[in-house]
Design a protein around this ligand. Structure first.
Ligand SMILES: *Cc1c(COP(=O)(O)O)cnc(C)c1O
Length: 403
């Protein structure tokens, strides 16, 4: 049987039903364009949820994959390898960190960060983790409990204990719970899944101060904001606030699964041999691709380009909104942008994304009220404009239906 006979019905038949994918099935991509089984073309403003930082089939990533694929795929952590050492050095050279732990996903990076924080606090009886409402940190039981959306964790009780949530961007609320028993505070510099909501600068500075005063570690979850997404290599670099532990994944491999937790020597050395581990983490294939992607993105050319594209995106979105008046706010940073629906359209973000799909545009939601865009960091000006024209047609239909 040819795989081209498979269709969306087969998803319903064979797949555990935790996702509700679009009706069409993309089969190939090039840059910021995709084609489905019927050869219909799409412009990709979703980027695989902030993952495909260089778009699809970028020669930098493809060549790294092929070259490493012919040498060594996997060897396990009983041996180290050259690509993993090169990537660790790149991350250390270009961030606050001294050491790196590699894994395969954002959730695993946060799992490692939270376990490290618990071990750091162990000798001082500090085990409380402070996290924020609406946060998203992944789907393992520990990370989904640290996340601030009870609908994702409540069916899986008993949940890991010792995690407290307070309102995001509310420094007084944070100050009321961060105390001598607190081992860690975990925060996204911009809440991604929670609605593309940036942290206030004063909030992040205040968390840094509270952590310093109480001896808690500050963890920045940069799984979505990292690797150039905001126009800086990492979003913390826009803030002047330096975390103790940072987690990165999504764009890190440009589409090849990889995650990492990075930290300083002081904290890294609290873990000793056997404390934590992984079979695939640091695998040569993933690290070779990530190394090539990281090198390419970490240049003034690409990072400044993100800021320019961001401005174009926002300007053209605002023009569209001038015509259709669907959104009350366009927010975010770099190429992590959220369009917040006006109250009369509450809950309808998914409807807009479905209409956009029919018009040949991939977009995302971030909760029920926000349409989210996380395109390739090197998408062309022309593709931004063309994609937004398609988005405009979707908005036109949306308002026609809701009049
Ligand atoms: C996507 C995301 C995660 C989880 O990453 P996975 O690779 O899906 O495990 C964690 N934190 C943030 C901020 C994310 O956006």
């Amino acid at each position: 049987m040819s795989i081209h006979h498979l269709n969306r019905q087969d998803f319903n038949q064979f797949m555990v039903p935790v996702f509700a994918p679009a009706q069409f099935i993309p089969v190939r991509g090039q840059g910021s364009r995709l084609w489905d089984q019927d050869d219909k073309e799409y412009i990709d403003f979703a980027g695989g949820i902030a993952v495909n930082a260089l778009g699809h089939a970028h020669p930098i990533a493809v060549n790294a994959l092929i070259e490493q694929g012919q040498k060594l795929w996997h060897i396990g952590n009983g041996y180290t390898n050259e690509p993993v050492l090169a990537l660790a050095k790149q991350l250390v050279d270009h961030t606050f960190a001294d050491k790196v732990f590699f894994c395969n996903s954002g959730a695993e990076a946060n799992e490692a960060a939270l376990k490290l924080a618990r071990k750091i606090g162990l000798s001082k009886n500090k085990s409380k983790i402070v996290a924020f409402n609406n946060a998203f940190h992944g789907r393992t039981l520990f990370t989904v409990t640290a996340g601030g959306q009870p609908k994702y964790s409540q069916d899986f009780a008993p949940l890991p204990a010792g995690i407290e949530h307070v309102a995001f961007n509310d420094l007084n609320a944070a100050a009321a719970v961060i105390d001598d028993q607190t081992c860690a505070v975990i925060v996204e510099p911009i809440q991604g899944e929670g609605g593309v909501l940036p942290a206030d600068l004063e909030f992040l500075k205040g968390l840094r101060r509270l952590c310093d005063e109480t001896g808690a570690v500050l963890i920045f979850d940069e799984v979505q904001t990292g690797v150039g997404r905001t126009g800086a290599l990492y979003a913390y670099m826009n803030t002047g606030v330096v975390p103790d532990i940072l987690t990165t994944a999504k764009a890190l491999g440009g589409g090849f699964p990889i995650g990492a937790m990075i930290t300083t020597d002081q904290y890294a050395n609290v873990f000793v041999v056997g404390d934590h581990g992984t079979t695939y983490g640091g695998n040569p294939l993933a690290c070779a691709v990530a190394g090539a992607v990281f090198n390419f993105i970490n240049t003034a050319d690409v990072l400044d380009g993100v800021k320019q594209r961001s401005q174009q995106f926002i300007d053209e979105l605002e023009q569209l909104n001038h015509t259709y008046a669907v959104f009350q706010e366009i927010r975010g940073q770099g190429l992590l942008l959220g369009c917040v629906l006006r109250p009369e359209y509450a809950g309808k973000a998914k409807d807009i994304v479905t209409l956009a799909g029919a018009e040949g545009l991939l977009a995302l939601i971030a909760g029920p009220n926000v349409v989210r865009f996380t395109p390739s960091l090197v998408i062309s000006e022309q593709e931004i404009s063309e994609g937004l024209q398609r988005f405009g047609r979707a908005l036109s239909q949306f308002v026609a239906v809701h009049q």
